[in-house]
Design a protein around this ligand. Structure first.
Ligand SMILES: [Zn+2]
Length: 100
């Protein structure tokens, strides 16, 4: 929940940072700014993906299935949940999925 609020807060400040970076007359500076913007966009994409995972985890909390692997239905190990609180799969299933 805390992580989700953090991400939401930083996502909201994003558009201002973007519009501020495009108003540069100097070409070199513009290139640098464009590069910076790419990084910002990449970070924003990653952030919204994580946010979606967190939203799903919260929905599972509400449905009483939090901490249960979506693939095999086993409990996800507490250590894994500690590292990735929004994990959808147990370690075994996650490894199988990343291999395929
Ligand atoms: Zn599993």
């Amino acid at each position: 929940m805390k992580k989700r609020n953090e991400i939401l807060a930083s996502t909201r400040s994003e558009p201002e940072a973007l519009s501020a970076s495009v108003q540069s007359p100097d070409e070199v500076e513009f290139a640098v700014k464009t590069l910076e913007q790419d990084v910002t966009v990449a970070t924003a994409n990653l952030r919204s993906r994580t946010l979606k995972e967190i939203e799903r985890a919260l929905a599972r909390c509400a449905g009483g299935t939090y901490g249960v692997c979506e693939a095999c239905g086993d409990d996800i190990s507490p250590n894994r949940l500690k590292a990735i609180p929004w994990a959808r799969y147990c370690l075994t299933c996650q490894e199988l999925r990343s291999r395929n």
